[in-house]
Design a protein around this ligand. Sequence first.
Ligand SMILES: [Zn+2]
Length: 139
Amino acid sequence: MWKCPKCNREFKYIDQSHFCEIPKTIDDYIAVQAEEIQPILKQLHIMIADVLLDAQEVISWGMPTFRKERNIIHFAANKKHIGLYPGDLAITHFTKRLLDYKTSKGSIHFQYDKPLPADLIKDIVKWCLDNSGSKISGQ
Ligand SMILES: [Zn+2]
């Protein structure tokens, strides 16, 4: 495993060539992920954007972030799962519907080989819009 000192991404081979830039948009972020996970990340991007029609899309804390005056929700491509970061309060609120998913520190883990639960994700995004957003918002 080799970690590029410039962009902090991890690669199998030392000095592996890659698109070495800090992405500035969610589309850029998705474009530099492994090809096989790009479709599911695009799906998630669209699902969230569908609910947050007029939100700003930025990269904040190194993660795709939807912002409307404050950060509402983030997601990130982790090695073994997609992390959705709605904040602790959202996770408490949706506990019963999250029994099938691993959660930790304000994030929900979705496995790459399982379909994304669109209804659940959209409900969480709506809730984050109407309530407090991600824990790391407003910093
Ligand atoms: Zn790099």
